[in-house]
Write a protein of this length. Structure first.
Length: 320
């Protein structure tokens, strides 16, 4: 088995990218000075082999997915990514090659998203591989985009394409054809919408879509004391998603509840829609519904209410 201290010295210390806050990973803690005029935003996600990634997934991609799922949470808050704390529980079979591959993925996305490792822990387990990261980001003081700010009359906006994450998992499990491997790539390597920070200044509320569009817009609605109405026919789909769904309501519902999209769902007032769009750059978005008085989530298909048994994923099954 690879030595813990050798792992830190050779694989993890370079991931600090020279950040003085990390203290060269020679201490049991990091020191993060305050940044005048900013609030520190923290988020944490864990991933377990066989639950959040497949046992056959390359470990460099597992590492990148770990960072990106957390980055998606920061993106929904309008936060500028800064650094992260890492915890790994290695399998007994994991040696130097596995750890090196994992560190390679962290290094690649550390550079891509300007992240530095600040500290953490590494242990071993007799069970499946477990990895966890706590990401830190900065927002101007009082400027974090929360879930509880939606207002009646606000539009429900989503970025990107909805349902590709779920379709990608189906492809990885052999349930949907993917001859070019395009879907599998989307499952393994989500694209966090960190470029939405300026546009989110015009949003009243936001969340990232990890559990499923209906589940996550439901989180916003519940926090805001409102009802969210989603028009399934308006859900933006990729070419693959569009062909697969073929306009069938039950398939559109599957895309809207599957999860793992790591897109953003936002509440934006109609008068801010044009300005919001001007700030999204090349990130596509679509209006898929609205918020109104009431509670819960209502799915509609060309005006008809569609029964929803499970709005999204939750650990141990689907969200009730």
């Amino acid at each position: 088995m690879a030595d813990e201290f050798e792992t830190i010295a050779k694989l993890l210390r370079p991931l600090t990218r020279g950040a003085p806050e990390a203290l060269d990973l020679l201490d049991d803690a990091a020191v993060l000075p305050s940044r005048p005029g900013f609030d520190l935003v923290l988020t944490k996600d864990a991933m377990v082999e066989g639950v959040h990634f497949l046992p056959t997934d390359p470990l460099d991609l597992v590492a990148r997915k770990l960072l990106r799922t957390n980055l998606s949470d920061l993106a929904a808050k309008g936060a500028e990514p800064f650094g992260y704390l890492l915890a790994t529980a290695w399998r007994e079979s994991d040696g130097w090659a596995e750890r090196e591959a994992f560190a390679k993925g962290l290094a690649e996305d550390g550079e891509a998203f300007d992240l530095r490792l600040l500290g953490g822990d590494t242990v071993s387990t007799s069970g499946p591989l477990l990895v966890s990261a706590t990401l830190l980001g900065w927002v101007p003081s009082g400027g974090m985009i929360r879930r509880d700010g939606a207002k009646a009359g606000d539009l429900v906006l989503v970025t990107g394409h909805i349902g590709d994450g779920w379709l990608s998992l189906q492809a990885a499990l052999g349930r949907v054809g993917d001859p070019e491997g395009e879907l599998l790539e989307r499952y393994r390597l989500p694209q966090p919408r960190v470029g939405m920070r300026r546009a989110l200044n015009l949003a009243n509320a936001a969340a990232d879509i990890s559990d499923g569009l209906l589940a996550d817009v439901g989180h916003v609605a519940r926090a805001s004391g409102l009802k969210a109405v989603v028009d399934l026919q308006c859900i933006p789909r990729s070419l693959i998603g569009g062909v697969w769904s073929d306009g069938k309501v039950e398939r559109l519902l599957a895309l809207a509840t599957g999860g793992d999209d790591y897109e953003l769902v936002c509440a934006v007032s109609p008068e801010n829609l044009q300005a919001f769009g001007d700030l999204t750059g090349d990130i596509p978005f679509a209006v898929v519904g609205h918020f109104e008085a009431g509670e819960g989530v209502e799915a509609r298909f060309f005006g008809d209410v569609v029964p929803v048994e499970r709005p999204g994923w939750r650990h141990g099954g689907f969200e009730d």
